[in-house]
Structure formats: C-alpha cells, structure tokens
Design a protein around this ligand. Structure first.
Ligand code: PMP
Length: 410
C-alpha cells in the first residue's frame, strides 16, 4: 500500500476553485453563475424572513446542550412529514429508520456507508451527469460506480431509453441506483410522472435499491408536495403496495435543508431508510446511530432548532411557504428573462430549454470553448459543462450575460 508521504496532490475541487478565481477577478462587471446558492435580486445572499424570525425566538431561549446521537426527535418528525407527507409517514412510521445528518452530503455519506456494509451492492449506478460528489462519496465507501445515461443533449431531455436499458442489462440484485428527487443537478431536467412509473417497474422487477437524493424540495417549484411526488410514489409502489412475499429490499432518502431554508452553512439534513413492511427498522436504526456515534457523536443543534421552530409554528410555516415562493418565482423569472433576451438578440439555436428546466441550474448547452470565452472576454464564470446557476442572474446583469452568450455563440 502507498504510504501517506507518497500521496499525490489531488486536483482542487472544480467549482470551489472557480469561485476563488472569481473572487480574485477585479473586473467591475464580473458575474458568477457557479455556486449552487440562492442570491436575491441584488445578487446578495438572502436570509429567509421565516428563518430570521425563528432565530430571534431562539436567541431568547438559548440551548447549547448536546443533541442525542440520532439528532432532534422533533426535527426528525418534521423531516419525515415533509418528505413523505403527513399521512404516509404515519402509515409507515415503524418501517422508517431516520437520523439527523450533516446536511445532504452527510446523508448521502450515511447511505453509502450503511449500504456498503449491510446491503453489499456490486455497484452503485449514478446518473450521467450528476452532482460531482456522488462519485466521491461512494468511492470513499469502497463501492464501485457505474454511470447510467440520464440526459440527452440532442433533445435536452431525459435519456429514458438509455437509462432503462443500462439498468435492465447491467444492474444486479441489490445494486444501488441514485435518483435525484427533483430539480436534477446539473441538468434541471426531471422525469415526467409517466417516466417515473416506467422506472419503478424496472426497480421493482430487478430488486434494485434506490437512494433518493432530495436537495431541492420546495425550492424547485415552491410546491413541497409536488417536489416530493416521486419519493412518495416510490414508497407507495415499493413498500406500501408490495405483496407480503415481495423480495424488494427497501429504499432510502438523503434529505438536505440547505436550499429550501437558505441555511447552507448550518449543515442540516436527514437520512431516512424505509424497510419492507414485514420488517422492523429498529436494527437498522441502531446501526445508523453506531455510525454517527463513531463519526461525530452528536449532530449540530442550531440549524435543526431553526427548522423545527419554523415547521412547528403555523405562522412561521406559512411565512416559509411565502419564502419558497419568493425564491422559486425569482428563478423562474430569470429563466424567462434570459431566454427572452437570447431570442430577441437572435442568438443562434433553440433556447426554450432555459425556461423549461427547473430548479437552480440550467444546462445551457454551451461548449467548453464558449464557457472559456465567457470567462476570458466577459468575466462571466460558469462550470465547463455549461451549467449555470440561474440564481446568479438578476435584472442588473441578465442583459450583459445574454449579450455575452450571443457573442460567444456567434
Ligand atoms: N445533492 C445534490 C443533488 C445537491 O445538488 C447538493 C448540493 N449541491 C447536495 C446533495 C448536498 O448539499 P448539502 O450538503 O449542502 O445539503
């Protein structure tokens, strides 16, 4: 084995490296379309009014004691109700093992560690493309990964044929499939309901284990129930409506509260494992807690206190709904504004996808060279894949960005 002194220097994280370049760029009109974090109409970070109010309450009632190993039970209950809906989470409550995690990343990590040890998949299937951390997290857990086609750049839509074909022909019993619950990062393209229905048949028939990565519930469209549709549908199909002799192993959800509460740095998340109905989740619950105990012992308290204060109070909860509407509506508006300007300028190509994609990101279709020119000539920063964070756009820069894209597209 290689000694630690021989470890080669790994390349810096692409997005975080680009952000440092952006910060160092003195150009007055520079624009960052890199980060997956909401920005308001002035390009500034936004503290949700519901969060502000909850914080003011917490200031008056401070508590800095340890949480239990599994986290705050009140938070966990709210987290379950949010993702499964009140009725479904009540129906399956003895079949769910849930634990508070270090945000969505920590929840994905918990999934990987737990499943690597107790499901022992041959492989994990990840979408191509996907959030860059999926591959790293599963590699760290020692599970080989394989990509399944997700996005067709020709049609700007889901490559359903490619996806189903790969799962049909390559996935084996108990292999893991990562699915993003809504607002797919980086493409902004989700499966339709009919496509989810098609997919669940294959998952069921082949006994594949799904990890839903849910990082954008409510943030994507403003509709928390709509954004959780696929998760709930899969739980109904794979767990609730399963025959008593069904062999399906269950599924799990990695839930992030970074985007929908604008609490990126507080690291709030949950991991939920749903076991088949003829099993109890207690053993799994104890193992999740054993993993947490050895990794960080107790999860952070502050962020989950904010979330449970908001979700547990009628007034704050409706304010939060308004905040979700504010964020999702501004993003939709910016999609519309960018598309309109590109079309008005007569920019070559079809730009309808900018508006039809959902969530924070748009896969523009710009080439690596075009992305480089945007940066070098116009000081506009985006990922080499052509992914832009729509949040970086506002009334003050959307004209400039549209014109620059027009220039590089030619
Ligand atoms: N999954 C996906 C698909 C994401 O886009 C993100 C955030 N970029 C995460 C998980 C994790 O985010 P966090 O750890 O901040 O909750």
């Amino acid at each position: 084995a290689r000694q630690y002194l021989d470890i080669p220097v790994a390349p810096a994280d692409l997005a975080f490296g680009l952000m440092a370049d952006f910060d160092a760029d003195p150009h007055p009109h520079k624009v960052s379309l890199i980060a997956g974090a909401y920005r308001d109409e002035n390009g500034l970070p936004w503290v949700l009014p519901s969060v502000k109010e909850a914080k003011a309450y917490l200031e008056k009632n401070p508590n800095h004691e340890y949480l239990g190993i599994a986290g705050s039970p009140t938070f966990i209950k709210h987290a379950q109700s949010l993702i499964f809906g009140v009725n479904l989470s009540e129906t399956i409550k003895t079949h769910i093992a849930s634990i508070q995690t270090v945000s969505g990343t920590g929840a994905n990590h918990m999934a990987a560690l737990f499943l690597a040890k107790h499901l022992r998949p041959q492989r994990v299937f990840i979408p191509s493309p996907t959030w860059v951390n999926h591959e790293s997290i599963w590699t760290m857990a020692g599970v080989p990964h394989e990509e399944y086609p997700y996005y067709s750049s020709d049609t700007h839509s889901v490559d359903m044929g490619g996806m189903l074909n790969t799962l049909e022909t390559k996935a084996e019993l108990n292999d893991v499939v990562i699915l993003q619950a809504c607002a797919h990062n980086p493409t902004g393209v989700d499966l339709s309901k009919a496509q989810w229905e098609e997919l669940v048949h294959v998952i069921k028939r082949k006994n594949l284990f799904v990890v839903f990565d849910s990082a954008y519930q409510g943030f994507a469209t403003g509709d928390v129930d709509g954004d959780a549709w696929a998760v709930r549908y899969f739980v109904e199909q794979l767990i609730l409506n399963a025959e008593s002799d069904a062999t399906h192993p269950g599924l799990c959800i990695a839930q992030s509260f970074s985007k929908n509460f604008g609490l990126y740095g507080e690291r709030i998340g949950a991991f939920h494992l749903v076991v088949p109905r003829h099993f109890s989740s207690q053993g799994a619950q104890s193992e999740l807690m054993a993993i947490a105990r050895s990794e960080y012992s107790n999860p952070p308290r502050f962020g989950t206190s904010i979330v449970q204060t908001v979700l547990g109070d009628d007034h704050l909860r409706s304010q939060w709904q308004e905040d979700l509407n504010t964020m999702s509506a501004r993003i939709k508006k910016m999609r519309h504004e960018l598309r309109r300007r590109l079309e008005k300028l007569g920019t070559a190509g079809d730009w309808a996808h900018i508006e039809s994609q959902i969530g924070m990101f748009s896969y523009t279709g710009l080439s690596r060279q075009q992305v480089e020119r945007l940066r070098n000539e116009f000081h506009i920063y985006l990922l080499p894949s052509g992914r832009v964070s729509i949040c970086g756009l506002n009334e003050g820069n959307v004209d400039y960005v549209a014109r620059a894209i027009g220039e590089v597209v030619g």
